[in-house]
Design a protein around this ligand. Sequence first.
Ligand code: AMP
Ligand code: GLY
Length: 415
Amino acid sequence: MKVLVVGSGGREHAIVEAISRSPKASKIYAAPGNAGIAALAECVAIKDTEVEKLLEFAKANEVDLTVVGPEASLAVGIVDRFREEGLKIFGPTKAAAQLEASKDFAKRLMVKYDVPTAGYETFTDFEEALAYVKKGSLPTVLKYDGLAAGKGVVIATTMEEAEATLRDMLLDTKFGEGRVVIEEFLTGEEFSLMCFVAGNKICAMPVAQDHKRAYDNDEGPNTGGMGAYTELPFVTEQDHAYAMEKIMQRVADAMVEEGTPFTGVLYGGLMKTPNGIKVIEFNARFGDPETEVVLPRLKSDAIDLFMAVASNEQPEAEWSEGATLGIVLASKGYPGDYAKGFAIRGTESVADSKIYHMGTAMKDGELVTAGGRVMIVVASAPTLREAQQKAEADVRRIECDNLFHRTDIGAKAFR
Ligand code: AMP
Ligand code: GLY
C-alpha cells in the first residue's frame, strides 16, 4: 500500500514511523514532512493546506490511503475533497472537525448530550461579556471561539486582565471575528484520552499527559507542548471507564445523531476535578506531543487500523505494556522569538530512545534547528521512572548551543 501522511511535525514523524512498521507499507510519502521524516518517507513539497495539490499528488501517485495530522488541513476540508473524489482518507470532515475548530459548537453539543464539562456562556458583545465576568468569580476562563493555534485561551486572575482580554478578543480584530466562550474555572489533573473513532465505533489509545507550559513546575508561557508520558497512575480503571462511556462514546454517538459522524482521532482534553472528570476541550486529530509517546506502544498494524477507520469499520488496537516518556528540545526563546540554524550534534549516539523531529532542517549536510520545538526524545521502559531516566540521559547526548528542555516531564505521576 502507498500511504501519504500530511503534516510536518513530531506527530507526523511518529505516524510515519508507525506506518513504516507495517509490512503492508510499500511506499510512504509525507507532505511536506521534515528532515527526520525524510529517513522513512519521501517528502513532497506541498503544504498541508494545499488540498487540490495534495489531491492531484495522491491521484497521480496512486496513493491508497492518506492520513492527516494537522487541524489546519481538516479546517480547509481536506477530508471532504478526498472523499468526493473517492480516495481513502483518515480524518474527520470539516463539519465534524468543528468539535475542535469551534469551542461554541463543542460546548453546545456537550450540553445537549449531557457530557460533563465546565459551565459556560458565549458572547459576541463586549459590554455583555464584561458584565457577565463582573458578576462571576475569579479566575475566569476566556476562550476565543475559533482556531487560534493554542493561544486562544486566557485564564484571567484579575478583573483588569479579564477586561483587557475581552477587549482583544471582541473589539480588536487581533484574532478575526469576535466570539468568546466564558467558562467556569476548574481545578484538577489534566490528561489526554485519544480515541480512534469511526462513526459510533470507537477504540481508546493509552491515556497521556501533555506539559503545556514552557518551564519546570508548569511555569512560563503556554507552548505547543514540552513533553508527554503514558501511563498515568492517577487515571484509574474506573476513571477510564467513566470517560469512555460518558464522554468519548457519548460524543461519537452525538455526532452520528447530529448528521456529522466523526471519523479519525477524537482527542479528549480532560480534567479529573473534585466533581468528576470533565471535558476541557476536544481536538479533532492526534495530539502533539501525546502521539509521540502513544504510537510507539502500538502493537497492531497501523495501516489496518487507519484503514478500518477510513472505511467506517470497528477500529481495534493492541498496545504494549510499560511506560513511554518524551522530552521536547526547544529553541531558546520559544514560544517567543528565537533564532534558527544552530547545528545539532550527537543524535547518532542516542540508541535507546526514539527521536522525532519537530523543527529541523538539513543545511550543507548538517542537521540544524529550524523551528520553535525542534525534536522530542522518547524513551520506553517497564516503569515510568526508568523511562524518565533514559529519556533524560539521551537528551544529554544531544549537543546544540540553542536548545532548552524541561527536566520535570512525568513529575506529576510521582507526587
Ligand atoms: P484549551 O485550549 O481549551 O485546551 O485550553 C488551554 C489550557 O487552559 C488547558 O489545557 C487548561 O490547562 C486551561 N483551561 C482551559 N479551560 C479551563 C477551565 N475551564 N478551567 C481551568 N483551566 C482551563
Ligand atoms: N497536546 C495538545 C494538542 O495537541 O493540542
